[in-house]
Design a protein around this ligand. Structure first.
Ligand SMILES: [Zn+2]
Length: 330
């Protein structure tokens, strides 16, 4: 970077003091993470709720076959640390939602989108407005990507642009593919926006929507703005309602359940392991535990208090295990 015209040592210093949150360490998140790490942003918070599977590796390039079964946020942090040990990684294995988004994004300077659902993005949009953090949005499917940068107070927000667009349950995970080269283009644009934001040079996609279509290699730009009637960014943001005791249970692409408590916990994993050891086989890993219950059920326990439960066939069964392993959330 330092060899580039217009990039000074002071700029490098600024990047080293910048915290970027990347939401989703999947198809978009992987190439974005590699770039952010190589460039040398000081701190990278990696937020992802899933575990690595063999089918991910073709496009989720921060992982390798040894990572299968590990939480994606943890595996990405471990691999990227080898690439640039100067960067501080902060992996958080949660499913981002209305209840935890503000907690997850506290002390972050820039949000970079690698998500795959509008539900999660709406939560991020509100948290970005509440915390006044710029949000680099990207969505990619098949050969087509949309990108824009939302800056609270200066541009419209996700709701202004997307209205009430809903997730199509048919368009999840493996059902609709996405081109790895498209993901690389889109992630490069996102990181370029993050660089401009960090260096205070004015991002290129504020009030503009960029579309990329790699089926014919076209790049288009459209002026967009704030919707006068947007109920999300026209009103002062309310404090997020905390429903601290509510668990959020999500079925994942990996046919497992993610269970997140209503707030980010700081579990003492050693104490949890000691408690469970009498009854179950417990594997202690670097920043998480794996609890094997019989031959069928495998539970990954993360320090933020969320669990990935594989091998149960209902949300109720997964929730029951949460209460057994984490106990009451206070
Ligand atoms: Zn809005």
């Amino acid at each position: 970077m330092l060899a580039l015209r217009d990039f000074s040592e002071d700029d490098m210093e600024t990047l080293m003091n910048t915290t970027v949150a990347i939401l989703g360490a999947g198809g978009l998140g992987s190439p974005a993470l590699r770039l952010l790490t190589a460039i040398g942003f000081g701190r990278i918070r990696i937020v992802d709720r899933d575990i690595v599977e063999l089918s991910n590796i073709q496009r989720q390039t921060v992982f390798n076959t040894q990572d299968i079964g590990k939480p994606k946020a943890e595996a990405a942090a471990d691999n990227l640390e080898l690439m640039n040990p100067e960067v501080q990684f902060d992996p958080i294995c949660v499913s981002i939602d209305d209840e935890n988004a503000v907690d997850v994004l506290k002390q972050v300077d820039i949000i970079v989108d690698g998500l795959d659902s509008f539900k999660a993005r709406r939560a991020v949009n509100k948290a970005s407005l509440t915390l006044k953090i710029p949000y680099v949005f990207a969505g990619a499917v098949e050969y087509y990507a949309n990108l824009t940068t939302f800056i609270p107070g200066k541009t419209g927000c996700l709701q202004c642009v997307m209205g009430d667009a809903q997730d199509n349950p048919e368009n999840t995970c493996a059902n609709v593919g996405v081109s790895p080269t498209l993901l690389s283009f889109a992630a490069s644009v996102e990181v370029n926006e993050a660089l401009k934001l960090a260096l205070n040079r004015g991002p290129d996609l504020a009030n503009r929507l960029m579309t990329i279509d790699t089926s014919n290699l076209s790049f288009d730009f459209f002026d967009i703005g704030k919707a006068a009637d947007c109920l999300v960014c026209s009103q002062p943001q309310m404090k997020q309602e905390k429903k601290e005791n509510e668990l959020s249970v999500t079925r994942l692409c990996s046919q497992s359940y993610n269970i997140s408590p209503g707030k980010i916990l700081k579990l003492d994993l050693e104490a949890v392991a000691n408690n469970l050891e009498a009854s179950y086989d417990v594997e202690r890993r670097k920043r998480f535990l794996i609890v094997n219950i019989g031959h069928e059920i495998r539970v990954t326990v993360m320090p933020a208090g969320n669990l990935i439960v594989k091998g149960v066939n209902s949300a109720e069964a997964a929730t029951k295990l949460f209460h057994e392993i984490v106990g009451d959330e206070d």
